[in-house]
Design a binder for this molecule. Structure first.
Ligand code: HEC
Ligand code: HEC
Length: 267
């Protein structure tokens, strides 16, 4: 009997420990939502370059020149969350020297990632990409232009990269270059279709709904297929795009990324 009483008490205190743990966990979780769960090196580097060009005049290289604001130490007047940071940078602070900045999503992601990691960021290791050199690699050694168009100029075999700098973050672009299969977007997946009369069509999926699929075939023709007419239809996980992890140095990859980030559509 006594034994049973003890184990009940043990059970009760165990339950309390669990409850406290769960409550604590959810508080920490709520706090974590103020910031991205993780920041990436390519975004931080991109942000560091933008900061050096456009922010240091007022905020200083250490981000502590404005009284009451110290980016490196994480001291802010109003900003709490990553979204606050994006909003403040986009709208500025009315009535102060903090002007609005017209940044796109990839730039904001870069700046926020950098501001959140300024204290640990090693500027000596910063690889500053050169968009001009990147463009040469794109047309030359990288052979990118044999598959990709930029603003409608070039083959349709692979996605047009004309606005990729506005659509994708620095980190996503970096990952595509070193691990194209692993970072493939669902929309870009290659597809293989076999019609009921045996015709094989390989291409890149543009759009798909329940009954039809639109794709660009190997001969760069736009094709619309009705699924009911197909014997086989498969979305592949492989990509024809090669990995550039071993082909290019870190500096060359940074150059290519700088070029891609500069592609923001035709103005
Ligand atoms: C012309 C000077 C100037 C430039 C350039 C400038 N800032 Fe500011 N910034 C300020 C001032 C002044 C404040 C403080 C405003 C206030 O009193 O609330 C400020 C405030 C901020 C805040 C809000 C901090 C807080 O405590 O809430 C953020 C975030 C910020 N700046 C980011 C940037 C970024 C990122 C850049 C570059 C893209 C930049 N600023 C460029 C002058 C500038
Ligand atoms: C053999 C053809 C081929 C070559 C060469 C090639 N790519 Fe690709 N690339 C593709 C295909 C197909 C996709 C779409 C599927 C995917 O994401 O893997 C793609 C996807 C991409 C994407 C992602 C597009 C998006 O919408 O996010 C980027 C960025 C990219 N390539 C850049 C490059 C760069 C830069 C080079 C040269 C260094 C290059 N590619 C070389 C075929 C190629």
């Amino acid at each position: 009997m006594k034994h049973r009483w003890v184990s009940l008490r043990a059970l009760l205190s165990w339950a309390i420990v669990c409850a406290v743990f769960v409550l604590h966990g959810s508080a920490a979780h709520a706090q974590g939502q103020d910031r991205a769960p993780e920041y990436f090196q390519s975004d931080i580097q991109y942000g560091a370059q933008i900061f050096a060009n456009q922010c240091t005049a007022c905020h200083g290289t250490s981000g502590d020149l404005i009284p009451g604001v110290n980016f490196r130490a994480g001291v802010f007047k109003r900003v709490v969350s990553d979204n606050d940071l994006r909003a403040t940078i986009t709208t500025g602070v009315p009535g102060t020297a903090m002007q609005p900045f017209a940044f796109g999503a990839s730039e904001l992601t870069g700046i926020v990632s950098y501001l959140r990691n300024m204290s640990s960021f090693d500027a000596k290791g910063l690889l500053v990409g050169n968009a001009g050199s990147g463009q040469s690699l794109f047309a030359g050694a990288g052979n990118c232009a044999s598959c990709h168009a930029v603003n409608g100029k070039g083959p349709r075999f692979a996605p047009d990269l004309g606005d990729v700098g506005a659509l994708r973050t620095a980190e996503l672009l970096h990952r595509t270059l070193v691990d194209p299969a692993g970072s493939m977007l669902p929309v870009n997946r290659p597809v293989r279709a076999v019609t009921k009369d045996g015709k094989i069509i390989n291409g890149r999926r543009l759009n798909e709904d329940t009954y039809t699929v639109q794709l660009v075939d190997e001969h760069e023709r736009l094709v619309s297929l009705t699924k009911a007419d197909l014997r086989e239809f498969a979305v592949l996980r492989t990509t024809p795009m090669p990995s550039y992890r071993d082909k290019f140095s870190a500096q060359e990859l940074a150059d290519l990324e700088a070029y891609l980030l500069s592609l923001k559509g035709v103005k």
